[in-house]
Structures are given as C-alpha cells and as structure tokens.
Design a binder for this molecule. Structure first.
Ligand code: FES
Length: 109
C-alpha cells in the first residue's frame, strides 16, 4: 500500500508499505527520522508520528500503555501515535502522516 510521509522539514515522501509490517519499519525504510530505539517494546517514544486527522479515526485505538508512552513524547498532538504499534494492512492504502519536528535520529548524527 502507498504511504504518504511528510518530514519535519515539510518534504513529502511517498513510500510503499508491506502488509504485516509496522508503520515504524516502513517509515525507516523510507528514510524517515524514526529511531525506534526499543523496537516496539513501548519503552521509548522515538517512533512517535502524527497521523493525518482523517486517518487517525480509522486506526484501531491506542492501548493504555501506548497512551502512557505518548504522554512522554515531545510535541504530541491529538492525532499522535507510536508508529511501532500500527501494523499495516491493505486498508491503510493512502495513509498520511507527519514526522514530528522534534523527533531526531541518532543514526544520522
Ligand atoms: Fe519504542 Fe515504538 S519503538 S515505543
């Protein structure tokens, strides 16, 4: 499925997502600045993304653990999610999201 990323700098990036992989993986493959330090264990918030409002409502709701971790993330918005918790399927074709401005990628330093 197609994914539409907007980087923190405002660049638009189209990427392909594979069914069954996480949004975090697809974003990393597309070169997005998503560190994903804990690799989906919900022990960090470096995979934080902001989902487009029209898509936010269509995703399964965040678990309490995810909400707790999001509380610690910088720059959280109403449609924030942890990308490691979103497993992609064909129903996500066209999913649009933004990488928060204050996310950073240690690998790029
Ligand atoms: Fe750590 Fe998502 S990768 S919470």
């Amino acid at each position: 499925m197609r994914l539409h990323f907007t980087t923190a700098r405002g660049d638009e990036v189209e990427a392909e997502g594979e069914p069954g992989e996480t949004l975090l993986r697809a974003g990393q493959r597309a070169g997005m600045a998503l560190e994903g330090t804990c690799e989906g264990q919900m022990a960090c918030s470096t995979c934080h993304v902001i989902i487009a409002p029209e898509w936010f409502e269509r995703l399964p709701p965040a678990s309490d653990e995810e909400e707790d971790m999001l509380d610690l993330a910088a720059g959280v918005r109403r449609t924030s999610r942890l990308s490691c918790q979103i497993v992609l399927g064909e129903e996500h074709d066209g999913l649009a999201l933004t990488i928060p401005a204050d996310s950073y990628d240690m690998r790029a330093r």
